[in-house]
Design a protein around this ligand. Structure first.
Ligand SMILES: [Zn+2]
Length: 292
């Protein structure tokens, strides 16, 4: 018995060491460089996110508990009270664009349910009026988990619940440039909303996806006639406006020197050598807020 116990003891010790090694390997992946280590961490994060999505997908695709009257009778202007991006007038550019060749060429992946087709098509058609954008669309499988994909803008819908926002745009930023964008429509508020609310939200979030800021953040002053203007009357701000197109021109048709920020995190010790570059990726989130 003593032998057996010690064998089990040894086995469990080995198992523990193996497990710890696997965890270390899993999280650190015996990185050859900082970049690789970060990549492995990102992979681990992505795996965890996939698990979460798998678990969450049932509620994201379940529209049973959405507001039955949509936004009817609610104050659309109050959607903006809590926006974390209020006051942020900065524009941010996509990583790749060519001022000498039409500006920003971007593919929008339509991962929306079928009943969003009209709002999506109209919004894309509207934004195509910009001479700084070359937009193509691709119909992909409906994705209520809204998986981000590098190099494109994913447009999707799901029941995100009583979150306080009708729409949200998430731009992934690497070295100060957008590398991926996701525009999400929240069915909790929009499923049974009128067409204008849905169309305005679509135009607004896609606009953020190009890197555009708001044009005005007081929903109760006069409408500027563009969908990046906060409004109480979405029917008057359904389309992009000249002010948005001018901004896009400055952003994507102007030849500017590319500024790439690099942060050196592992130097040569004596400061004479360049070290590994750590790539920083942050998510900039813009929402249409609602407080009922
Ligand atoms: Zn916004």
């Amino acid at each position: 018995m003593a032998n057996k116990r010690s064998i089990y003891g040894a086995l469990s010790t080995l198992l523990t060491i193996a497990l710890v090694s696997i965890l270390c390997w899993y999280f650190l992946g015996r990185p050859q460089s900082i970049d690789e280590g970060l990549e492995n961490l990102q992979t681990a994060g992505k795996n965890a996110k996939d698990k979460f999505d798998e678990w969450n997908i049932t509620s994201l695709g379940d529209f049973a508990n959405v507001l039955q009257d949509g936004l009817n009778g609610l104050d659309f202007g109050s959607f903006f009270d809590n926006d974390p991006r209020v006051g942020d007038n900065s524009t941010i550019l996509w990583k790749d664009f060519d001022p000498n060749n039409g500006g920003l060429s971007l593919t929008l992946l339509n991962a929306l349910d079928d009943d969003w087709a009209e709002e999506f098509d109209l919004a894309v058609e509207d934004w195509r009026q910009s001479d700084a954008l070359v937009l193509t669309t691709e119909r992909v499988e409906v994705d209520h988990t809204c998986q981000s994909k590098d190099g494109v803008m994913v447009v999707c819908n799901a029941n995100f619940g009583d979150t306080g926002w009708v729409g949200i745009n998430e731009n992934s930023i690497v070295n100060d440039r957008i590398v991926a964008s996701v525009s999400k429509m929240n069915e909790y508020y929009l499923k049974n909303s009128n067409f204008d609310h849905r169309r305005y939200t679509m135009c607004h979030e896609i606009g953020h996806g190009f890197g555009l800021p708001h044009t005005d953040e007081n929903p109760y002053n006069s409408n500027l006639g563009n969908c990046l203007d906060y409004t109480d009357d979405p029917d008057q701000n359904l389309h992009p406006g000249e002010v948005n197109f001018n901004k896009l021109r400055t952003m994507y048709l102007t030849n500017t020197e590319r500024r790439v920020e690099k942060r050196y995190v592992r130097g040569g010790g004596d400061g004479s050598e360049e070290g590994e570059v750590e790539e920083e990726r942050i998510i900039i989130t813009r929402t249409l807020e609602f407080r009922g």
